[in-house]
Design a protein around this ligand. Structure first.
Ligand code: 1GP
Length: 256
């Protein structure tokens, strides 16, 4: 018998409900390469109290499986909000998370990042009972480390219609979320014109991240139509509670 594979999982439902009730939601990204498990747990705890809706765990380069497991376990121990893996490769999978962005880098020139890593990772996702969240990942602008590692041809910021075409292709291929990635730590976040153009084309939720550091940038990103806003770097070097509160506040004002 064929089982229904398009059911909405627990984490997807949670994200969709959050977007529906709040307009757009904030997600905190923790790079496991840069933290110890206690530090990750501290960041997650403070981010949660300050209004973040979920924790993403992943980085652009290498992390040992054992360390990733310890970081995920520490975060899970501290917060009850979903922990979603954000893998750059098969090594980014941990059995202790709730869900995984099951993503294809739509503008990579390397088939490995389009479908190769996914083929290797899929059986592990099933074995570990991780909820797969199907995601079309598009690297834009400067692209940062993710652009280099993923062998992407980043969509220039002044070509919003090209980003929109990538996003729509992802949706038509069945992806349930689209992510516009400006690159972690980049100087200029994804511009509102590009977010607006993509949002205008697609019906699935739009995730935006890369270089968002201020309330004003968060507000501009939300008001342009981002449904989920991801920040990572900003919590690494500053006071987590204050910074996340400021960004969450900006997001709220952007959608009202
Ligand atoms: C990177 O989009 C995320 O994958 C977040 O970027 O670290 O610059 O916030 P930042």
């Amino acid at each position: 018998m064929t089982r229904l594979v398009f059911m909405v999982g627990r984490v997807e439902k949670y994200l969709l409900e959050g977007i529906k009730s709040e307009g757009s939601i904030h997600v905190t990204l923790i790079d496991p390469e840069k933290v110890t498990p206690p530090q990750a747990s501290r960041v997650a705890g403070k981010a949660k109290v300050s209004g973040t809706s979920a924790i993403m765990i992943g980085g652009s380069t290498f992390v040992s499986g054992a360390h990733l497991d310890d970081v995920v376990k520490a975060v899970k121990h501290t917060v009850k909000i979903p922990v979603i893996l954000f893998p750059n490769n098969v090594t980014g999978i941990s059995r202790f998370a709730d869900a995984i962005w099951f993503m294809s880098l739509l503008n990579s020139v390397d088939p490995y990042f389009l479908i190769g890593a996914q083929v290797l990772g899929a059986p592990l996702v099933k074995k570990y009972h991780l909820e797969p969240l199907s995601l079309g990942y598009i690297i834009v602008g400067e692209g940062g480390t993710a652009g280099v590692v993923g062998r992407a041809v980043p969509v220039p910021y002044n070509k919003p219609e090209l980003a929109a075409a990538h996003a729509l292709a992802g949706q038509y291929l069945g992806m349930r979320f689209i992510y516009l990635e400006g690159g972690s730590g980049v100087k200029r976040p994804v511009p509102p014109e590009m977010i607006r153009a993509v949002k205008h084309y697609i019906d699935v939720p739009l995730v935006v991240g890369g270089g968002i550091k201020t309330r004003a940038q968060a507000l501009a990103t939300a008001s342009a139509g981002a449904d989920m806003i991801v920040t990572g770097n900003v919590v690494e070097n500053t006071e987590v509670s204050q910074k996340v509160s400021e960004i969450v506040e900006g997001i709220k004002h952007g959608r009202t």
